[in-house]
Design a protein around this ligand. Sequence first.
Ligand code: RB5
Length: 146
Amino acid sequence: MIAIASDHGGFELKQEMMAHLRERGLEYEDFGTFSPESCDYPDFGEPAARAVAEGRCDRGILICGTGIGMSITANKIKGIRCALCGDCYSAELTRRHNDANILAMGARVVGPGLAEKIMDTFLDTPFEGGRHAKRVAKIGEVESRG
Ligand code: RB5
């Protein structure tokens, strides 16, 4: 199950990403926003990220104008490793090396075609483990120190 959320800035792109997930037969839960009306990204990013942190969803996709507000919000939650990506190389490497569990994208930064490729890359790339597992564990230690 994929958690997906946006603010008004990411609303249209979220619709396109959900259509693509349906085409791929991938299940998702839409945590809003549910209209293009102006809203505040933490109100939608937080519940989606908590669903991932609590294991109710396996991965998350967060979209706002730049992707920055959403990624900052998600990374405040224990257990979340949210990567803001505007290219496929970063999306691949953040899965392989960082075991990122949420992808953030900026709807005013990437177009729908690129966003689709970035999302597919993120969803389809496994974590490499090995030496990277130790580094990801250290991220958790940083988090524990507050
Ligand atoms: C909303 O105008 C915009 O600030 C928001 O979508 C996002 O880009 C924030 O990081």
